[in-house]
Design a protein around this ligand. Sequence first.
Ligand code: SF4
Length: 712
Amino acid sequence: MNLKRLVGLDTLAEQYAYGEDPEFGHVSASRVADRWVRTTCGYCSVGCGMLIGVRDGRAVAVRGDEHHSVNRGKLCPKGLSEHHTLDAPGRAQYPVLDGQRVTWDRAIDVMLERITAIQARYGKESFGVISTGQLVTEEFYTLGKLVQLGFGTRHYDGNTTLCMASAVSGYKRSFGSDGPPGSYEDMAQADLILLIGANIADNHPILCQRLLENPGATLIVADPRVTKTAMLADIFLPLKPHSDIALVNAMAHVLIRDGLVNIGYIERHTTGFEELRRHIAKYTPDYAAGITGLAPDVIERVALLYGRAKAAFIGWTMGVNHSTQGAETVNAINNLALLTGHIGRAGAAPFSITGQCNAMGTREAGFTSGLPGYRKFESAADRQELASLWGVDASRIPVSRGLAYPDIIEAVLAKRIRALWIIATNPAVSFPNHGVLKQALETVEFLVVQDGFHPTPTSQFAHLVLPAAIWGEKEGTYTNSERRVSKVNAAVPPPGEARPDFDIFLQLAGRLGVQDELFPGWQTSRDAFEEWKRVSRGRMCDYSAITYEDIETRGGVQWGGERLYADGRYPTDDGRARLFAIEWQPFPEQPNRDYPFVLNTGRTVEHWHTRTKTGGVPILQGMSPRAWLEMNPRDARKLGLKPHDRVTVESSRNRVDNVELRVTEIIAPGHVFMPFHYVETNSNLLTQSAYDPISREPNFKQCAVKVLRTDQ
Ligand code: SF4
């Protein structure tokens, strides 16, 4: 029976929703669900609401939740096929110790014996933990407490440092706290939208709906590549890599020069204006043109459009964050919003578009760059408040943050960290300068990898592998980019002996002897949520009035309301936001005679991060089976290369062979681009160990390479 003809379905989403297999064009009875479980997408931070179709205990379909305010029924290709991740090949099913299957009891015993022995010998802080924005908030909160109060180490960070740390640091410096000020709705209400280093058409596809809802807005896209998002723009700014600070400073220069700043707002709500004004006097459009490669009159025009807009929105993602000046670039962007008062009003916001489904939850629940509820390590009052809430002595709460992710890896190499626990992330593909990372994974005394899949490029280094549940198999909450807390539900049980991360953390706490003190009576993630509500009460990310049931019925709840800072008061000592005088600096590894190209790395819509999940989904893998290298036709001609040639990309650190060449005007002469998803042709063999000194985020976006035919 052709169900599509019967009910008039015509989209991929609808085909999936009703059980038709779009690959074969007919209804597969095995894909018709007999119940639907409401949840939230487990990939990107857009946070689309969806329903998982279950039949005979298996997830057989996914469809968009038409009542969810984020996506109103729509899903992108990853979301539409997400149920396939649950029974994809390579799911981790039982604990593995030194290559042998063991029981959970044995795995937990060995893990604790080894870690506590290392801590006894080398100190508590010889143990480091790297987690992920893939956990639900309840798990992240539980894990942080277990690591810092139970195991007594501060050296705990998440893979979110490879992604959003620059936005976090930038917000803290400008506004006194993390927390994206705006909402998706602002994209629909702005009369000017400026996207910087944000290819949302590939990386946050459903957000593009907001652009389509606002055809009257002027869309300006600044990006070194002609991305799919750039193709949607009214004005495309093909700026040179890493030159966005010069562009934004020059815009601020024009705004001040032409009196398009909001002096009343500046005087009432900011500090640092005079210093900024003096600093950017030199950032004339002519001066910035020399850095950005944009024409001075284009910079001028864009500045005037921004300054004259009634409500202007600036969004950014990894093109800004993945930089040695990521946090400062965020400050320069925030300057524009503060100078003009384009913040805290409908349509007006500076807005980081986050990476992972729950990167935001990790930021709120803390224990990495801050304490839970955006509290500060360095604040005695914050530490005391937490200690009282937890009923522990305040001396047990660290007074400063532990090492950030890259510094944990460095500490492993320096043998200051001897035991490492990696949870639901795959640094063997995602971490820059793979050679350094590999050495750390090979030499650490004890490595535990907890993941929903095994083997992964990272888990194959592990002494101990703990099998974990993934999206669709556990309960909790995610927070999306616009601070919307949405419910995540289990549709099916995890495979084999795999367990939700939450259960693993509680089991460890029990065996460590800290469960009664830190997690009294806890059994489910709802118990963690109830404590998190108390801990976040009165904070910016206040969950105290939120219930699981409320989230379900309302399609998510935004903490802080639709937008922050509507009253112009900021969580700084004096209630004012800070304007920063930011100097542009060239990126660290410039092209040279031996390595003449600038390599840019990024993503494609079909895949997620290191393909641990999407690599096992046939429809996605079939759409994008291998990596490619984009090169401008002029460069290809000079090198005698043709489309589809197999090329080797080489930096001073390593080389990647057999990459398919795409010859395209999408990329400017002198630049090449490669997606980072593919372990077989791992772009992070080429990237460098260069980090933002403020946020510690890697400079993934530029390194110097050469390109030659692979058989040369
Ligand atoms: Fe999932 Fe993001 Fe796609 Fe929405 S846009 S379906 S959240 S991957």
